[in-house]
Design a protein around this ligand. Structure first.
Ligand code: GLN
Length: 495
């Protein structure tokens, strides 16, 4: 069962070949078998999922019409609020938090008749690129358990890669869906800012956060996206634009399409040879499919070398803006309304300080301090305002490029998955994981990571296709055409 795609599972369920209870049971067996090696789950939703499976079995037997995710097990990153199910953000400050309401995407999954089977580990409050910043545990990469699964949605990516769920949701503020998808050999989509409601997703950097689906292939991804892309008045940045028929658009031909190759992403020592080779191969596949390649320029996303060290405007700009937003967003975790309260405080101020000091991890504290600094009077103009301007320049570069080409062809990550512990002591190096992914969040556009090869160490490699706003269907049809010619998306780690 667990080897099947989400669509196959749904079709078998709808045809009455298997009950939802059998499906969900099979996945919990798989989880029992492989999760002890990987440590993906923060919470397993077993009882609830079983009850829901029975309810869906009854619904089907009554002959009622079923949703597009009928009977499909789904896992969620643990920053997506689930009514009655713990939502921790992998932080000690929210270790006991049980939300009184569902996120919009959870309501959508419910309507689509999916079954939520668990909540997955992540970097605390989605800050990180390896899931090592989790305040709860370390998740491992299913392809090599000495390596990180990427982050911050590392648990969700590892769950799909290890076939503990056919579909997952993560969140992507600067790459947190695409980068772990690339490290784990699955697909990850960051929708256009505003395509999916953020209502009920614990906010990190609100002007960039976006929920994204993770799946094994383009078809499953299209089904998942059509379930969660829906207007929602509770998120004022969520669009009421009509939702395209994503599954219906999958077969669109690529003949005559053009892909832009940003010279700044390829003419750099920041890109490893293995990733470069994987992308060259993918480019040949696309050329055979009739795609024309053309060089484009994204000058403000360029990657510089200074004294042998890599730097990037986009990464610098992202870290000023995201820390500023995080500093404000995380103010609510004060031990009063939200968050665990310190037990040995002397007075009110001491209570705030101790509750936050004891329960937030190092990276979260670092970002709150940085964010407070860049917004403080005297520094606001020099840091925050300047970064906001650079962001505009980055977005304009993309808009200009999309006048010349349909999509942009790029790497997702500079290297394949790195070793656990390799970068924990060097936050600046870890921040560079976002060099190819953060520009798209700053611009508010959409992007998709697709497995496209494997390194000498048998680690997956990801290709990133980026597109203009509201062009998810084109990203998905481009991925679908590629997956018909290749089999990278069907490969599975030995566990
Ligand atoms: N690496 C980025 C960060 O640490 C990823 C954030 C994200 O996309 N949630 O902020």
């Amino acid at each position: 069962m667990y080897m099947k795609t989400a669509k196959d599972i749904r079709d078998m369920f709808l045809a009455g070949k298997v009950s939802c209870r059998q499906i969900v049971d099979a996945y919990f067996k798989r989880i029992e078998e492989v999760d002890p090696q990987l440590e993906v789950f923060v919470t397993l939703n077993r009882e609830d999922a079983m009850q829901r499976a029975d309810a869906l079995d009854e619904k089907r037997s009554r002959g009622e019409s079923m949703g597009c995710l009928a009977g499909i097990p789904v896992v969620l990153k643990d920053n997506i609020c689930t009514k009655g199910i713990k939502t921790t953000c992998s932080s000690r400050i929210l270790e006991d938090f049980v939300p009184p309401y569902d996120a919009h995407v959870v309501e959508c999954l419910d309507k689509a008749d999916a079954v939520i089977i668990g909540k997955t580990n992540m970097d605390e409050f989605a800050m990180g690129s390896s899931t090592e910043n989790s305040g709860l545990k370390i998740t491992r990469n299913p392809w090599d358990t000495d390596r990180v699964p990427g982050g911050s949605s590392g648990g969700s990516a590892a769950a799909v890669a290890a076939r503990m769920a056919p579909l997952a949701l993560g969140s992507d503020t600067a790459g947190s869906v695409r980068q772990p998808a690339a490290f784990c050999g699955i697909m990850g989509l960051k929708p256009t800012y505003g395509r999916v409601s953020r209502y009920g997703v614990v906010a990190f950097a609100s002007s960039m956060d976006q929920i994204g689906p993770m799946a094994m292939n383009a078809e499953d991804m299209a089904i998942m996206l059509s379930a969660i892309a829906a207007p929602d008045s509770r998120d004022s940045t969520c669009t009421d634009k009509e939702v395209p028929d994503y599954p219906g658009a999958l077969e669109e031909s690529l003949e005559g399409l053009s892909f832009g190759v940003p010279e700044e992403f390829f003419n750099t020592d920041g890109l490893s040879d293995e990733i470069r080779d994987g992308l060259d191969e993918a480019r040949r596949v696309y050329e055979r499919l009739g795609v024309k390649f053309k060089e484009v320029s994204l000058p403000h996303s360029r990657i510089d070398m200074e004294d042998g060290r890599i730097s990037s405007f986009a990464v610098a700009c992202y870290y000023v803006l995201c820390t500023a937003e995080a500093g404000s967003n995380l103010a609510r975790f004060d031990g009063v309304r939200y968050g665990n309260r310190s037990q040995d405080a002397l007075d009110m101020v001491d209570m705030y300080c101790k509750s936050r000091g004891e329960n937030f991890g190092d990276e979260v504290r670092r970002r709150i301090m940085l964010g407070t600094h860049v917004l403080s009077s005297g520094y606001y103009d020099a840091y925050y305002l300047k970064a906001a301007r650079v962001r505009r320049l980055i977005a304009e570069d993309f808009a200009r490029a999309y006048k010349e080409v349909d999509l942009i062809f790029a790497p997702t990550t500079p290297t394949p998955a790195f070793k656990i512990g390799e970068k924990v002591d060097n936050p600046l190096e870890l921040y560079l994981s976002d060099i190819f992914t953060s520009p798209c969040n700053l611009a508010g556009d959409c992007a998709l990571s697709i497995p496209c090869g494997s390194s000498g160490d048998n680690l997956p490699i990801g290709l990133q296709l980026m597109g203009p706003k509201w062009q998810e269907q084109r990203l998905l049809s481009a991925a679908n055409a590629y997956q018909k010619e290749t089999d990278w998306h069907t490969r599975m780690p030995d566990l």
